[in-house]
Ligand binder design. Structure first.
Ligand SMILES: [Zn+2]
Length: 308
């Protein structure tokens, strides 16, 4: 066995209302495509609800209470124009984060080298005390701290190839030189952060903003010339991936020109790096991707890149 897929059925209960790009249909399509793939090298697991204490490694207690208080008993509560709470959103968010932490447990049990967590709501825009950009809890940052607290992990790296900058993850890692965050993203779009001058306390943050129209060649060059050399220097014990697929040419929210094969390429490169440097340990979690066909096809390429 090489790859665990960890998700929770309640992730589809998070309701964002009519015509919202971050819909349950995303996850339904991904799960269908991955189940039809029928590889003997993958095994499915259901995540567990995370204990709130793990949130407090990156989010404040007041923030958690605030989300709980704002959760509506019926209808929707708009935190902002994009970020919407429904009756079951908190439950879905707790199980989304819990799924990534369960993936950490599975990886450290040793039967699987890596994992992909198709979950929602996504997490990389969630800041310590602010929900934004469809995100409530920073799944990847909580899971990195969970790995540090429960296993012998000192240094964690998060690689974020979502087309948007992961402002939340960057903020949570900024002052912690045991954490590394690297992102390629489209410059000048939401959330407006991720300039190359933003480098963290110890050059532990690496931002590669790229122009609209970025294609496979420029995307690959950014990883080969900038991100991988810095990742190698950081020398992580484990790699987390913020896997957004909205850099695809068909995505409605951004203007990159990647194709599904590029998601195989970056995943295989990260997997090879993890095999060589981190005993294979790599955990990927879903962030964006809003053209449902492109998203599910790209996720399949991503999983193919994880299989050893
Ligand atoms: Zn995105």
């Amino acid at each position: 066995m090489s790859t665990a897929i960890v998700t929770h059925k309640d992730c589809i209960l998070h309701d964002t209302g009519m015509n919202h790009p971050e819909s349950k249909e995303r996850l339904i399509a991904i799960n269908k495509t991955l189940k039809e793939f029928k590889s003997k090298k993958i095994e499915w697991f259901e995540g567990e609800k995370i204990e709130p204490k793990y949130f407090f490694t990156v989010h404040s207690k007041n923030y958690f209470k605030d989300i709980k208080n704002k959760s509506p008993k019926k209808d929707l509560f708009r935190i902002d124009a994009d970020t919407i709470l429904s009756k079951y959103s908190l439950e879905a968010a707790l199980k989304a984060t819990g799924s990534v932490c369960k993936a950490v447990d599975i990886i450290f049990e040793g039967k699987f080298k890596n994992a992909f967590c198709p979950i929602r709501p996504p997490g990389h825009h969630a800041e310590p005390e602010r929900a934004m950009g469809f995100c409530f809890f920073n799944n990847v940052a909580v899971a990195a701290n969970y790995a540090k607290l429960n296993y012998k992990v000192k240094k964690c790296a998060v690689i974020d190839f979502d087309v948007h900058h992961g402002n939340g993850t960057q903020k949570m890692f900024w002052n912690n030189s045991d954490m590394f965050y690297a992102s390629t993203h489209q410059e000048g779009i939401f959330p407006g952060t991720g300039f190359k001058e933003e480098t963290g306390i110890n050059n532990n943050i690496v931002n590669v903003p790229l122009p609209a129209g970025t294609d496979s060649l420029l995307f690959k060059k950014s990883y080969e010339d900038i991100i991988f050399p810095k990742l190698e220097k950081f020398s992580p014990d484990i790699i987390f991936v913020s896997a957004g697929f909205d850099a695809h040419i068909s995505d409605p929210l951004a203007d990159f020109k990647l194709i599904k094969d590029d998601f195989y390429w970056i995943t295989k490169k990260l997997n090879d790096f993890a095999t060589k440097n981190c005993k294979g340990k790599l955990i990927s979690c879903l962030e964006g991707g809003y053209n449902i066909k492109a998203l599910s096809e790209s996720c399949l390429e991503h999983v193919k890149g994880l299989i050893l």
